[in-house]
Design a protein around this ligand. Structure first.
Ligand code: TYD
Ligand code: MG
Length: 465
């Protein structure tokens, strides 16, 4: 008998290659390629069709109306674009232990009030689920629980129970007996997801919420392979050790991908943080060098946090750099700009950057605050506590305009900052429409370059510091 043909699949992204490779050329993961045999069962299988294909003239297309259901958690609804859409498939991805099961159990409370919710767990026993639900004080009138890992049995059970919402916790534990590869492999996870998608897009308009574990080792198929299949991907971010959790939509067919939801893990489950800036700034150290407050936009909301920098004389041939919450390459770029344009000797120093609260700052508007924190640390002069800064820095050291300056200024004023450094162009843009209350003693300080910013902060104020 002819042996089965073998090939290699990346367990992170599903990339397929006939040869083994140490590094996946598609996603760059190391040691993630697993050997697979192309069995007859796999070759024969035909993917289920979502609907019969038929060409329709564009003019005859009708706008589909999405029926949304609120999850009862405002922060989550906003990320979803207003609630869970009927018949949609949402993937909730995150590292193990970050709170995915907790969040889903919490939303069951509202969702099961006037419709049926089926919570399928392949990880925990019914007793464990009950224990968690009790702790979260779930009423659970229309909530049904199933501990099962066989995808086909789950689908059958769904026909019987006919729930409006199905929660699959987690998709990595599900398997289809018709597929020969082992549970948790890319093929199994993809096949199970395909079946859940068919269930969602079928006649009954079931919304499916899939939990997907992100596993850095790549031994379990990561949610990356599923991203293109589902309607929305919500990623759970944050440090397991810290209590803040951020939910971000990295893909959303029914809403914006800019929104984030901020939560705090407490003894009674995840609690919304409606005012994240205030929480992030609480307990801020006073009059310490290397710190600078910053305002970035997270979707339509301004978010204020603090950037901390630490520089110290390097004892290594190549100085050490580490960044937490800030893009590593952005840090290198800013250090190079500051060294070249201001003549500060960062190349002789180790440099560490950190954003408070486990927040990831990807917006270039954080550049100015990052640079001020670095300069403050290398010079050992604190940035005054009532100063906040935002602006993008170009390679020439110029400060470029950023979006939504007015919202940022308003948030900074609300939180009691008195001096706001902002790009000159952004200042010009809001000057006409935004006026400050002169009694509040707030100063908007337009700056054109980093040079100008440090002159204002560290030179002119030198006497006060
Ligand atoms: P869990 O939802 O099980 O994580 P995941 O499904 O993403 O793997 O919860 C993870 C952690 O949350 C767990 O370590 C315990 C903690 N936790 C609380 O702090 N408070 C709570 O009310 C609950 C239910 C969990
Ligand atoms: Mg879980």
């Amino acid at each position: 008998m002819k042996a089965d043909k073998t090939f290699y699949v990346c367990s992170e992204c599903g990339y397929r290659t006939p040869k083994w490779l140490g590094k996946c050329p598609s996603c760059g993961a190391w040691n993630s390629l697993e050997e697979r045999a192309e069995s007859a069962a796999e070759k024969d299988k035909n993917p289920k069709r979502v609907s019969a294909g038929k060409t329709v003239p564009y003019k005859k297309l009708e706008l589909s109306k999405y029926m949304r259901r609120s999850t009862g958690i405002n922060e989550l609804d906003r990320v979803l674009g207003g609630g869970v859409v009927e018949g949609s498939v949402v993937l909730i991805a995150g590292e193990p232990g970050i709170g995915k099961s907790t969040l889903l159990m919490q939303i069951c409370d509202t969702l099961s009030e006037n419709s049926r919710v089926l919570y399928v767990s392949g990880e925990e026993s019914a007793g464990q689920l009950k224990y968690r639900a009790e702790r979260l004080k779930i009423k659970g009138d229309g909530l049904y629980v199933l501990t099962e890992t066989d995808t086909d049995s789950i689908i059958e059970e769904c026909q019987e129970v006919s729930p409006s919402f199905v929660i699959i916790d987690s998709v990595q534990t599900m398997y289809c007996s018709t597929v020969s590869s082992s549970p948790g492999s890319v093929t199994q996870v993809k096949e199970s997801t395909m079946r859940f998608i068919s269930l969602a897009k079928g006649e009954k308009n079931v919304s499916v919420l899939l939990v997907g574990h992100v596993n850095k080792e790549g031994t379990i198929a990561g949610p990356k392979v599923l991203e293109h299949m589902v309607d929305a991907v919500l990623s759970f971010e944050g440090d397991r050790e810290q209590s803040y959790r951020i939910i971000r939509a990295s893909k959303n067919r029914y809403g914006s991908t800019n929104e984030i939801g901020v939560f705090e893990m407490t003894g009674e489950g995840l609690k919304e943080v409606p005012n994240p800036s205030e929480t992030l700034l609480s307990g801020r150290p006073k009059n310490i060098s290397g710190n600078c407050a910053v305002c970035v936009m997270e979707g339509s909301r301004p978010l204020i946090s603090e950037i901390q920098a630490l520089t110290s004389k390097s004892v290594f041939p190549a100085p050490k750099r580490a960044a937490n919450g800030i893009d590593y390459n952005r840090m290198y770029l800013l250090l190079a700009v500051l060294e070249k344009r201001l003549g500060l000797r960062f190349s002789a120093c180790d440099a560490y950057l950190n954003v408070i609260g486990g927040i990831r700052m990807e917006e270039p508007a954080a550049d100015l605050a990052i640079s001020l924190a670095l300069i403050s640390s290398i010079r050992d002069i604190p940035v005054p506590d009532d100063v906040i800064a935002f602006g993008e820095i170009g390679l020439a050291g110029e400060i470029r305009a950023v979006s939504a300056p007015e919202l940022r200024v308003k948030e900074a004023v609300r939180l009691g900052f008195k001096r706001i450094l902002l790009p000159k162009r952004s200042h010009d843009a809001i000057k006409k429409t935004y006026s400050l209350n002169s009694d509040d003693n707030i100063k908007l300080i337009p700056v054109k370059s980093v040079f100008e910013a440090i002159k204002i902060l560290f030179v002119e104020n030198d006497n006060n510091l």
